[in-house]
Design a protein around this ligand. Structure first.
Ligand SMILES: Nc1ncnc2c1ncn2[C@@H]1O[C@H](COP(=O)(O)OP(=O)(O)OP(=O)(O)O)[C@@H](O)[C@H]1O
Ligand SMILES: [Mg+2]
Length: 135
């Protein structure tokens, strides 16, 4: 996979979330992603940055334009050093939440992207990687 452009943004406040979404929108428009896929990626990414704020307090998101064979898309790595997730299989189920929310963020995000990977270690943190191709 070839990396064409890459940028890391800190995620600590609501304002950081707004800036992140704006930057992401600029990237997807620049590469000419279809509007449907723009919406899917931004929706998924919003859930994942929300999780950073809610459960880890702070973290970072790296936006990267990637290309592989004939495909171009956007990869985002969400990384925090928060409490981690004890049971990822459970966390990936619809309706599972340790808060008072809907528990749809992670499984919903996975359905909206072409690639989804989550790694988490209790006491060390969580890293989620997603890719959405242009078309
Ligand atoms: N970055 C993270 N660090 C630690 N725990 C996390 C992180 N992201 C998710 N989790 C855990 O996984 C659970 C499921 O996350 P998910 O986003 O699917 O649902 P939710 O955040 O509880 O609710 P919703 O996203 O629907 O508002 C969370 O309740 C939380 O316990
Ligand atoms: Mg969530």
């Amino acid at each position: 996979m070839t990396s064409l452009n890459k940028e890391t943004l800190k995620i600590r406040t609501e304002q950081d979330v707004i800036v992140f979404r704006q930057r992401l929108r600029e990237y997807v428009v620049k590469i000419g992603m279809s509007v449907v896929n723009q919406t899917k990626l931004i929706t998924a990414a919003s859930e994942l940055v929300r999780n950073i704020l809610a459960y880890a307090g702070e973290g970072q998101a790296t936006i990267e334009v990637v290309s592989e064979r004939l495909q171009t898309g956007v990869k985002i790595i969400f990384k925090d050093s928060g409490p981690g997730i004890p049971d990822i299989n459970k966390a990936m189920q619809d309706g599972y939440t340790t808060g008072k929310s809907l528990g749809l963020g992670l499984p919903g995000a996975k359905r909206l992207v072409n690639f989804f990977d989550i790694k988490s270690e209790v006491g060390h943190g969580t890293t989620v990687t997603i890719i959405r191709w242009k078309r």
